[in-house]
Design a protein around this ligand. Sequence first.
Ligand code: HEC
Length: 335
Amino acid sequence: MTRRRTTAAASPASVIPAARVAWCVVVGAVFALAPSARAAGAGAAEANDRLAAQTLAIFGEKCFGCHTAAAKPKFKKFNYVDDLTKLAGNPKFIVAGDPDKSLLYKQIVEDEMPPEDSDVQPLTPAQRDVVRAWIKAGAPAGRTVPGGGIAKPIPLAQNPGGIISSDAPKSAPATPRPTRPFFTRLILWLGKFHPLAAHTPIAVLMAAAIAEMLFLKYRSPALTSAARFCMVLGGMGAVLTAALGWAMATGYSGAEREALETHRWAGTAAALLCIPIALLGEWGARRAHREGRDWHGPSRWLFRVSVFFVAGLVGFAAHIGGLIVWGADMFQFPK
Ligand code: HEC
């Protein structure tokens, strides 16, 4: 002890090797640690790639059916769930690092998405955790790999959980939705006939309006009969269509909601209006018939104006319905 201190203090020559040793240790440590630091960086990037790939695979299974440009019906506002870069860039949906502030994650955990009335099952807890971890990690887009796309997710058909196989929890079967009551399912099923039924009132109420227009020129009793017939048939179709529409339009939320409300109330109002108009047609024409004349006068004018109005209202409702399904630019001239 005494000796060592003495030597160190006494001889500058012995200080030099000590400094050299220390220097070598520092340099050596840098060389030794650098690759592992680099490896740690690479590991994080790889983990991010995998998270991105897993997330994309989950979206592929659960969301692509409705939220890609190719999906039908088209939701123009949000049709890029397959583009993680664009998705992560929209703060309305993703707040990088904060899943609980991210609308997309909230929609998933609150079981809003996929919608209850769709055929797509909700995410498994393990899948939710992947989406959560992905947002927490800053919603990385994943590295593109040669040949396009990002680090490959396992094909969905082979991987219903959407989890990359090596870390697929063995015990995470998809939690099936509890079977809904028969009546609920019946209503959902009937709702699917709304677009089918809608064509009848649209065409037939327009035909009623055309018959009324032609009557103004030709004054033919046949045209009175045609207008009455179309008004009754079209009115029945409108009431049925509106009822089916209420059955169809459950579970809408978000951007299309406003258009849907307009469509719903225009259609419902048109259907309700059809009833008194059709009754007026029957009453007026039958009374005139009893009196041995064709139907003219103020009551006929009231009928006529109402038919024009309700045909226009149905056309308007149908147009909004078309926009909801096919997108706002559906009439754009092809480029
Ligand atoms: C069966 C079709 C369907 C599926 C599957 C589906 N969605 Fe949706 N999604 C809708 C509809 C309908 C809306 C409401 C209309 C709209 O806003 O575009 C909507 C709205 C959203 C919105 C709000 C959009 C906005 O502009 O406010 C988010 C976020 C969303 N979905 C995320 C998802 C995610 C994530 C998945 C997959 C886990 C998913 N959806 C699966 C039909 C679907």
